[in-house]
Structure formats: C-alpha cells, structure tokens
Design a protein around this ligand. Structure first.
Ligand code: NAD
Length: 487
C-alpha cells in the first residue's frame, strides 16, 4: 500500500477532516498524505487564559485523573498512532511504537506526580514563626515541537503541565501536523470521559514559524517550552525574555561517545550503530562524534564499517528495516554539503531521500564537526589520554548527551564527575541516545539549558511561593532589626 493510501485509511479511522492549507508529505516517497487547517494563535491564548482560571483550583490529584485517562486512550491508540508517525516522520515502526510508549510512560509518571507536588518546610529564625514554600500553577504553557519526535515531546510537557495546573497550547512541527491531529483525538476522548474540564484546556494550533512567533510573543503564555534547532532557540529565547516570560529550551545536540581501551567493543559496536544510524541520524541525541582510544580505533572502526554496511535501509514500515528516509530534500542537501560526492544515496522507494550512514575519520574538530548536521554522519577522532578525550567531548558549543564505554570504574566516574562531561546527559556503557522518561532530559550551552520529563522537571511548570506565618503575639523582625514604636 502506498503511504498516501495508508494515510487515507488511518486519517479516516482517527476521524481527521483532512482539509486545509497546510500540506503534509510522507518522507517515505515524498508524496502528500493529508492536510490540516492553520490555527488562530490569539483565540487559542484567550481560551487558555480562561481555562487557567478554572483549572488552577482543581485539586492536583483530580487533574491527574485526566492524565490517567489520556494514558489509557494512548494505550488504545498505540498501534495506529505509531503507524502514522512512521508515515509522517519516517522512523521505523519499532521506534514509533517506542515513541508512543514514551507518551504512556510520562502519563503514568505524571499521575503519581499529581500527589507529590511537594514544597519544603523551612526553619524560621524568628520565634513563633513558620516558613514554607508552596508550588502553584504557573499559567498557560506553550509547547513547540520538532518533526523528529512529533508526539512524545508534547506528552513530556503536557502531562506535567496538566497535573501542575497549566492549560496547554501545542504548536507542532509543520512537517508532522497529522500526528498532532491524531493525538488530539485521544485527548478529546479523555476529556469526554473526564467530564468537567474547562474549554480550551488542551489546544492544538497548527502552523509554521509565524504562528509559533505569535504564540511566543503572547503575554498570556506563561511558559514557552520549545524543542527544535539551536537557530530556533536563538530566535525564541530573547523574545520570551523580553516580556519576562519563562522559557524551557530543548535545542540541538552534537553528542559524543568515548571508547576507552578496556571497553567491551562488541557492546560498543551495537550501541554505536543504534545511536549513530538509528532514526537516520535524526535524533537530538544522535551520536555524531566517536572519540576512540588509538589502541582500539582500527578494530572498532572496521567493525562499525561492517555494521553500517549491513544495516537494512528502506521503507520504515517493512520489518527488518533499521534505517528509514531523511525527512526531506533539505536534510539530504545538508548531508551532501558535508560529504560531497561521497554521499551514498540509495533508492529503495522512489521519491524518498534514503542514505547510507557515513563514517568520516578526522584529525581535529573544526568546521562541520562543531555543528549539528541532522543526518547520519559519524565523525571518528582518536585520543591517547582520558583527559584529552573529555576535552574533545566538551569542545563543541552544544551540551546535550554523551557517553563512555569502559570497564575501568575510575574512568567511568571521572567521565561523570564535575571535571568530566559537560553535558546534561552522561552515560556509561550505553550510547548517548534513548533516554527514559524518569530522568530529567535536556542539555547545556547551545542545547538551551532546559530540563523536561522526569525527576523534578515539573517545577518549571509551576510558580514557587514562600510563606512566613506568625503564630505568636509579638512582631520580631528578621536579622534582629529593631523598629519599635512602643509608648
Ligand atoms: P526546527 O527548529 O526547524 O523547528 C522546530 C519547531 O520550531 C517547529 O515547530 C517550528 O515551526 C518552530 N519554529 C521555528 N522557528 C520558530 C520561531 N522563530 N518562533 C517560533 N517557532 C519556531 O527543528 P526541526 O527541524 O523540526 O527539528 C530538528 C531539530 O530539533 C534538531 O536541531 C534537533 O536536535 C532538535 N531537537 C532537540 C530536542 C531536544 O530535546 N533537545 C528534541 C528533538 C529535536
């Protein structure tokens, strides 16, 4: 079945109208697969602001009930939603299923969180006083998402924002609008079952950059959580800052793996294949730089060349395919700009941009090695001492993910220490990609500094209030200040 035919079936099953000015294409064969209507940013912000008035006073565990129902609806839609992700984003079905599972996992996490929005009790220096802090809902949260994780990133944000008491506006990638429409079907069913949620609590606003900008600039949006390229973050960050809004930026990565002499090379080889070539190199956490000890470099690179040559590239719907297409012609052009004539294009499906992942050995890190080319190119660099490898790891402007393969506990600990990797994620004996929702996800430097998903990332979606309560009859001042008007 062609992508267009399969999409028509899926859209009918999801009840998606399939009309409007925004056209979606499948990277599998480049053909159009559906249409959506652009949204109205102003109307969405007005509705979200109204919804906030009601939602912020709903008890958090009750808010969690809505997210629990959403998780149930996503479980029921998992297979079909994954098929649509594969059609529209081009990732293999296994990865699409994993992406929907990630949405379900964060819903489960958020349901538990809805009973654990803990604040501190703080010792007061004043007699008969008590101090505490509370976490209150922040206001409407805008989620801007990228094409490569067309639905999971929304869920990471939305599940937390909803239990934290914030309405959610979603501006998905203009390259994957249909996946967003399908998710809204699950949202609508969850809202119906929930009953009394305010209108405008969860909204979808389709459109490109201009629509994103209008939402980013709207003062009714309290939090802008934006996932995408560093160029996008450079535009969005200052706009939000100029109106004193809160921004959570999840931007580009340039991730490295260090392979030490003691590493299990068999394990490393398999992990590197998945991290560098999986999702056709189109993950923010994709492995782009392999920093390998000179004593094992030849052996590892030979093994990787064999693994890369064997990996089946083709229609991502077919079982056995490990690498699907690049998202579009621009992605192919960006890869070609780096590789020139050596780019290996193959044509398993006419119209799509399919490439063999490339291994490029370099002596130093400059020009394109310092940049994120969103395609499967693995640069290989050799090192002699661990400190040199850590310096290489940290020398790029981005700071998202990193890992080390070693069986030496000192090396592993040093890599994760304050003097080690400067990234938001530092793994041992696994690749840099493939995070779980339980941890806080995000990175430093040009990756934007935001954290979302697990751990205490929920705090970004709430405002902190410090309370001091006097239960005595005196009025002692802090720091022992005397300010008496006694007769
Ligand atoms: P992109 O920057 O082109 O677009 C991302 C989103 O931002 C889209 O919805 C787009 O419409 C919107 N946008 C673009 N400019 C905007 C502006 N000025 N104002 C408001 N919205 C704007 O990114 P992409 O090509 O869709 O995705 C790939 C990039 O995303 C890569 O750089 C990748 O590393 C990054 N990414 C990062 C993470 C992370 O968590 N750190 C996760 C996924 C993807």
């Amino acid at each position: 079945m062609s992508p267009a035919e399969q999409a028509a079936e899926l859209l009918a099953q999801f009840g998606i109208a399939n009309k409007g000015e925004i056209l979606s294409h499948s990277p599998i064969d480049g053909e159009a697969i559906g249409r959506v209507e652009p949204g109205d940013p102003d109307a969405a912000c007005a509705l979200a602001a109204q919804a906030f008035e009601q939602w912020r006073v709903v008890p958090p565990p009750r808010r969690g009930e809505l997210v629990r129902l959403l998780g149930e609806e996503l479980r029921a839609a998992k297979e079909r939603l994954a098929q649509l992700i594969t059609l529209e984003a081009g990732k293999i079905l296994q990865e699409s299923l994993g992406e929907v599972q990630e949405m379900i996992d964060i819903c489960d996490f958020a349901v538990g969180l809805s009973r654990q929005l803990y604040g501190l009790t703080i010792a007061s220096e004043r007699p008969n006083h008590r101090m505490m802090e509370q976490w209150h809902p922040l206001g409407p949260a805008l989620v801007i998402s990228a094409f490569n994780f067309p639905v999971a990133v929304w869920a990471w944000n939305a599940a937390l924002a909803l239990v934290c008491g914030d309405p959610v506006i979603w501006k998905p990638s203009e390259k994957t609008p249909l996946c967003a429409e399908a998710v809204m079907g699950a949202v609508r069913r969850a809202l119906e079952r929930f009953g009394a949620a305010p209108e405008g609590l969860i909204q979808l606003v389709q459109g490109g950059r201009e629509v994103g900008e209008a939402l980013v600039d709207d003062p009714r949006v309290a939090l802008v959580s934006a996932t995408g390229s560093t160029a996008m973050g450079r535009a969005v960050g200052p706009r939000v800052a100029s109106r004193f809004g809160r921004a959570l930026l999840e931007l580009g990565g340039n991730n490295a793996t260090v392979v030490a002499p003691s590493a299990d090379l068999e394990l490393a080889g398999r992990a590197i294949l998945f991290s560098a070539a999986g999702t056709a190199g189109q993950r923010c956490t994709t492995l782009r730089r392999l920093i390998v000890h000179e004593s094992v470099a030849d052996q590892l690179v030979e093994r990787l060349r064999a693994l890369f040559a064997q990996a089946k590239i083709g229609d991502p719907r077919e079982p056995g395919t490990l690498i699907g297409p690049l998202i579009d012609e621009n992605a192919f052009a960006a890869m070609q700009a780096v590789l020139g004539e050596t780019i290996e294009r193959i044509d398993p499906v006419p119209g799509g941009f399919y490439v063999r992942p490339a291994i490029v050995e370099v002596a130093t890190q400059e020009s394109t090695v310092m940049k994120e080319t969103f395609a499967p190119i693995l640069y290989v660099l050799r090192f002699r001492e661990l400190d040199e490898a850590i310096d290489f790891n940290n020398a790029v402007p981005q700071g998202l993910s990193s890992s080390i393969f070693t069986n030496d506990i000192r090396e592993a600990e040093r890599f994760m220490s304050a003097a080690g990797s400067d990234c938001g994620i530092a793994n041992v004996n696994i690749g840099p990609s493939g995070a779980e929702i339980g941890g806080a996800f995000g990175g430093e430097k040009e990756t934007g500094g935001g954290r979302e998903s697990g751990s205490d990332s929920w705090r970004a979606y709430m405002r902190r209030q410090t309370n001091t309560i006097n239960y005595g009859s005196g009025l002692p001042l802090a720091q022992g200040i005397k300010f008496d008007v006694s007769p």
